[in-house]
Design a protein around this ligand. Sequence first.
Ligand code: PXP
Length: 255
Amino acid sequence: MASDLRLGVNVDHVATIRNARGGGHPDPVRAARAASEAGADSIVAHLREDRRHISDEDLTGLMESIDIPLTLEMAATDEMLDIALRHTPYAVCIVPERRQERTTEGGLDVAAGHNHLKRFADQLGANKAVVSMFIEPDRDQLDASLSIGAPAVEIHVGAYCDALIADEQDAADEHLARIVDAASYGASIGLQIHGGHGITFDTVGPIAAIPEIVELNIGHFLIGEAIFGGLDSSIKRMRSLMDNARAQARGEVSA
Ligand code: PXP
C-alpha cells in the first residue's frame, strides 16, 4: 500500500556544501534526482534572501529536471513572490526569515501578519500553488492560517526534536503534546497538516505516528547522514521509520 505520509526531502544543504568551495559540486539538482529515486515524494528548497545555499539557477534547474513536485520555501517578500509566480512550483511554504539566524528558528506569526500574508496566499493560490504557513503548534496560528485562505500549514517540530535529542524527556513530551493537539485541531478545521524542522532518525517516530500529519519535510539530518551511508540509504531508512511508526500507530504491526 502506498504510504499516506509523504516525505519531502530538503536539498538546501547540498548547496551549502557546494557554496563552501564555489563551483558546481555537489549539485543540489543531482541530489534531488537521487532523492526522487530513493523514494522522496517531493523536493523542498528554500531560496533565502541572502542566497546562502539555494541559488536562482538551482531553482530553475529543479523546476526543469525533477519528476516529483517541488515545494519552494520562501519569506513573504515581493521579490520572492515574483520568483514563485514565475516558476510555479507545486507548493509554496511561507517561512519567517531573519538574516542573522542559522536556520528557520521559529514559526510565522500569521495572526499578526494577517493582511500582508493574505496577499501572498491569494496570489500564490490563484497561481495554483498549494500554500502552507510554517507555524508553531498553536491554535491561534492555525485559525489565522485558515482565515487567510491557506489550505495547509507546516507545524514547526524543532523544539520537540531538540528537547528529545538533549534528553529532556519532560520538555519533549510537552512539545509533542502541543504538536498532537495542533495537528488534530488543524485537521478538524480543514487544514492539511505538514510537519518539519530538526527531524532525525531518533525523533521521527512520534511525529510520524500523528495520524493527521500527511507530510514531513526533512533536510539537514538526511544530507548529513548521507555522508556516512549515502543519500539513498539515509532517505530509505527515514522512509521506513516513518512508515513503521505510522503502521504501529494504526495497530497494523507490533512495536
Ligand atoms: N520545513 C521548513 C519550513 C524549514 O524551514 C526547514 C529548514 O529549511 C525544514 C522543514 C527542514 O528542516 P531540517 O533541515 O532541520 O530538516
